[in-house]
Design a protein. Structure first.
Length: 202
């Protein structure tokens, strides 16, 4: 999992600083930073072998971190999202597009997406059907209430939600994949907690 943030606090695994002086970087091929890109490739290889984890890329705003993330993720199965200061108070907002991508849910309406989620869980992970309403919270789609969720004490809801999402992702993905998170410092607390749990999952 790649996290991009301008902060230098709470660093996780090697920091990779990138430098981009182009005035129109989005139209140019990314060159250089072979050491840092090799570190990403090595981390992905370890993850594919079962040693999952997170790599945090940090640096000052404007030096090309977003371009580095795109370049570093190229050549790997990857799913991405980004923090947004206008949605930083909305729980799981950045996770909706990310989880939809990972689960292959592409629907035109919340109702259709909710039905697609229910069908997917029923087909790939039926043991998670009692916890479908919790998974639906992350995607912001409707789901029928279940007795199991109704009986769950509030203090246990987040842990059950996170474990259910992780189990579903594990059931759906048939190969290792990279999660790329841009502007991670703008993630809401719930999204950060879920992403951290995904990175730490065995």
């Amino acid at each position: 999992m790649l996290f991009r943030s301008p902060w230098r606090r709470q660093r996780w695994i090697p920091d990779a600083l990138v430098d981009d002086q182009s005035t129109d970087a989005s139209t140019l091929m990314f060159v250089g930073r072979t050491v840092e890109r090799a570190a990403v490739d090595e981390a992905f290889a370890r993850a594919a072998a079962g040693d999952r984890g997170a790599l945090r890329v940090v640096g000052a705003p404007g030096i090309g971190l977003s371009r580095f993330l795109r370049a570093a993720a190229s050549g790997h199965p990857a799913h991405g999202t980004s923090g947004d200061e206008y949605q930083s108070a909305t729980a799981y907002a950045p996770m909706r597009s990310l989880l939809s991508s990972m689960l292959g849910i592409d629907a035109d309406s919340p109702d259709a997406a909710g039905q697609a989620l229910a069908d997917l869980v029923g087909e790939r992970a039926p043991s998670l059907l009692p916890w479908l309403p919790l998974i639906a919270i992350v995607l912001d789609v409707p789901a029928e209430p279940t007795p199991e969720v109704a009986a769950l004490a509030p203090e246990f809801r987040r842990a059950r939600l996170e474990s259910s999402v992780i189990d579903l992702v594990r059931a759906v993905l048939d190969a290792p994949a990279m999660i790329v998170v841009d502007d991670a410092h703008l993630l809401d607390e719930s999204s950060l907690s879920l992403l951290t749990a995904l990175a730490a999952a065995p």
